[in-house]
Design a protein around this ligand. Sequence first.
Ligand code: ATP
Ligand code: MG
Length: 281
Amino acid sequence: MMPFSAESPSKQQCLIDAVSATANLIEVRGLEKRFRTRSGEIVQALSDVNLDIGENEFVSVVGPSGCGKTTLLRILAGLEQASDGAALVAGETIAEPRPDVAVVFQQATLLPWNTVLDNVLLPVQLRGERSRASMDRATALLSFMGLGEFTKKYPFELSGGMQQRVAICRALMRDPKILLMDEPFGALDAMTRERLNLELMRLWSEEKKTVIFITHSIPEAVLLGDRVVVMSPRPGRISAIVPVDIPRPRSLKTMSLPRFGVLCDEIRSMFGAELQAAFSL
Ligand SMILES: Nc1ncnc2c1ncn2[C@@H]1O[C@H](COP(=O)(O)OP(=O)(O)OP(=O)(O)O)[C@@H](O)[C@H]1O
Ligand SMILES: [Mg+2]
């Protein structure tokens, strides 16, 4: 066996070389994440996560609480560094937040002193890029999301669902290639959530983004996704990737198709009975 020398490429470099030859927009190889807690204990949040995501794909991610979904998303967003393995966007290791990757979190986190329009303009404002064109894009996004009449309102004047739509517009402001969504509708009531599912599908068909959508709801994952990534309990691994072979466009009626029920049952059966309680089934 060849001895390991200073010239030998590192495991990480080998992984990067191996994946950069492929055409996937997002590539995750042998990803590991360990946290050191304040008491000094090591928590293994992710273990050997491997995932390829193509351009314009919509991938849903489900898994029990604490299995590392947010950690994976934060690594892809450049907000957290991997402990080992590789996470790449367009063949480049993710080292910091990228302009072509935007994130939507569970809470809209709008600035209360800014109007709806100024909240959406914030990403360009911060970079000194505010222009007529950016104003037009912000206004067009808000109208598309049904908020055309609310541009001058303040966040406290909006419902939770409306605030989350503003957050989605803000994420799309700089036309990212990738939209990372961490339970974006988790805090909303069921009817608002269904409506936003439809709006997100409409938006995705118009704006064509690569989306990673984390949710605790298996039906939501199946309704929205081209594939559903199923993660196992901590340390988080990918236990299955289920292709959703239901044609688009989809609507709420899709949820009454026999195939929809079969796919949901298939994913549900991947979790133990004790874990099912953690899901909004
Ligand atoms: N900064 C941190 N320091 C220490 N441990 C952390 C840190 N961030 C996450 N963890 C741990 O890593 C594990 C995965 O957390 P993560 O937030 O990714 O889970 P999740 O799947 O998003 O859970 P949920 O569905 O409840 O949002 C958990 O055990 C969590 O306690
Ligand atoms: Mg989370």
